[in-house]
Design a protein around this ligand. Structure first.
Ligand SMILES: Nc1nc2c(ncn2[C@@H]2O[C@H](COP(=O)(O)OP(=O)(O)OP(=O)(O)O)[C@@H](O)[C@H]2O)c(=O)[nH]1
Ligand SMILES: [Mg+2]
Length: 318
């Protein structure tokens, strides 16, 4: 009779040994070098006609956009803390009104923006125009409410050199901010998706005031909206700019992930003219839809008013 060999466990599949701890963690200095040395021309298909990256910040007023710019400059420049972008004295007093550029590295520029009060369609139109690269830098931001405003913006943009900026959307949002209006969440989600359609990148979300007890629920809210890059931090300010490893690392990690997104997007061959036509199409569609919604709102109001009037008349008759 043939002898059956004793059972032995199959060998586990081979896995690479974990690299030593030091190698696993990309420390602050190497992250900073990676960001400083990022060049569009080193992307897979070269720069494809882009000469710089614009990190376009947007969000509600007083949520820390200007502070975030100062924090990024502090971390990347590695000098003394300086106030580059003027910060609001209080969260309730809008400060920034002009779309202003601040150079971060040879290839990356941060763009500050007027903050939204409501982030409804009247305010987001101007942000979409910026994300589509149809509004000049260092100009006053006016909210647009009419279809003609958008058409005018797109026509005037013909005068701008639009081809050379690679735009990355970055939403700055206070972790302790509770959206009160019923439609705010759906408007925010719509905004994020439109920003993705216009730029090709889902916005990165930076949550300021991270010490808030609402941090985890706010993070979860954005995660459910489909956001992949979510970072939380306490901004460096004029009053509190003592360097901490935690703050430095979060800001560097955030910038590093944004660059990885850009490199990923640049793996595709881009056709600037086709993309610009597509962006114009999105913006015109948005402005048209906003216009179409207006009379309906008026109609609904008149219907309600007539109903109330009739009710009053019936009451009087009785
Ligand atoms: N505690 C704390 N305060 C912050 C943080 N970020 C900003 N602030 C404060 O919030 C206020 C508003 O900050 P800004 O950076 O001016 O906000 P903004 O979004 O640029 O505001 P607008 O220009 O009005 O749209 C300032 O008083 C900041 O000091 C943060 O992470 N933590
Ligand atoms: Mg500001």
């Amino acid at each position: 009779m043939e002898k059956v060999p004793p059972y032995t466990e199959p060998a586990p599949p081979y896995t690479e040994p974990a690299p030593p701890y030091k190698e696993q963690a990309m420390d602050c200095l190497s992250m900073r070098d990676y960001i400083r040395n990022f060049r569009l021309e080193n992307c897979h298909h070269g720069d494809q006609g882009y000469s710089r990256v614009l990190l376009q910040l947007f969000g509600y007023t007083g949520h820390g956009k200007s502070c975030f710019i100062n924090s990024c400059k502090y971390v990347i420049d590695d000098g003394a803390f300086r106030v580059y972008a003027k910060v609001a004295k209080s969260e309730n007093k809008p400060e920034t009104m002009i779309r202003t550029a601040y150079k971060l590295t040879d290839n990356i520029t941060l763009v500050d923006n007027r903050g939204c009060v409501k982030m409804n369609k009247n305010e987001t139109g101007a942000i979409y125009a910026q994300l589509g690269n149809f509004q000049a830098l260092n100009t006053h931001v006016n909210w647009q409410t009419e279809f003609e405003d958008m058409v005018e913006t797109l026509l005037n943009a013909e005068r701008l050199d639009q081809s050379s900026d690679f735009i990355v959307p970055v939403l700055i949002y206070r972790a302790d901010y509770q959206m009160t209006e019923k439609n705010s969440r759906s408007e925010m989600k719509e905004m994020l998706i439109s920003a993705r359609d216009i730029t090709g990148l889902f916005p990165t979300v930076v949550l300021t005031h991270e010490l808030s007890e609402h941090l985890s629920s706010t993070k979860e809210m954005f995660r459910q909206m489909g956001v992949e890059n979510i970072f939380s931090l306490e901004n460096y300010t004029e009053q509190d700019n003592k360097k901490t490893r935690g703050k430095h690392e979060t800001i560097l990690k955030c910038l590093q992930e944004i660059i990885k997104d850009i490199e990923f997007r640049m793996l595709e061959e881009r056709d600037e003219i086709t993309e610009r036509i597509e962006r114009k199409r999105i913006l015109l569609k948005f402005a048209h839809q906003r216009e179409m919604e207006k009379p309906r709102v008026k109609h609904q109001e008149t219907d309600q008013e007539t109903h109330q009037k009739k009710k009053k008349e019936t009451c009087l008759l009785l």
